[in-house]
Design a protein around this ligand. Structure first.
Ligand code: K1U
Ligand code: ZN
Length: 170
């Protein structure tokens, strides 16, 4: 089922999300809905708070061509980050049609629980590294615009607020 995506500003996008205690059937079904919502948007990632669920769950698929790689992570955490950095022009499904350059570690080692509740660990680089950090930030109530200066952040917030108003008016 496709879920509506919250648009910034929304207090739920600023909250610290709770760890998942048990990878239940309900959360597994939610993760499938999140993948469907992400592909429909379209996007390369989605975090549970973006659909109003304040739990530590993200989905991603950063494959540009070829076989899709739907990835589901419960309680993802960055275990190690490289000193070298990467600049990427990021977007966010909760801040539609706006993009800005963000500098982040170029590669990260991430640990998480998979959909069967089994622990996993993997190194990510390139777009996957950027995306997984962006999604984990969502679980900590942080948006990519929080890396920008106050003027640019305010400008993007105002544009997003306007777009949100227009969408709710229909
Ligand atoms: O979390 C989100 O809001 C999803 C976001 C993820 C992201 C994008 C870019 C850098 C870091 C993280 C998006 O998917 S925005 C849409 C987007 O980037 C895209 C959409 C269609 C094709 C390719 C990319
Ligand atoms: Zn986002």
């Amino acid at each position: 089922m496709i879920k509506p995506i919250l648009i910034h500003p929304d207090p739920r996008l600023k909250k610290l999300c709770a760890p998942v205690d048990d990878v239940s059937d309900e959360l597994r079904a939610l993760s499938q809905d999140m993948l469907a919502t992400m592909y429909d948007a379209p996007g390369i990632g989605l975090a549970a708070p973006q659909i109003g669920v304040l739990e530590r769950l993200i989905v991603m698929d950063c494959v540009k061509e070829g076989d899709p790689e739907p990835t589901i992570m419960f309680n993802p955490e960055v275990l190690a980050a490289s000193d070298d950095t990467n600049v990427y022009e990021e977007g966010c499904l909760s801040i539609p049609e706006q993009f800005a350059e963000v500098t982040r570690p170029a590669s990260v080692r991430v640990g998480w629980l998979d959909e069967n509740g089994n622990p996993q660990e993997k190194d990510f680089d390139g777009l996957w590294a950027t995306c997984v950090q962006h999604e984990i930030d969502h679980l900590n109530g942080k948006l990519f615009i929080d890396y920008l200066g106050p003027m640019k952040r305010q400008m993007m917030t105002r544009k997003s607020q306007k777009m949100k108003r227009e969408r709710t008016r229909g």
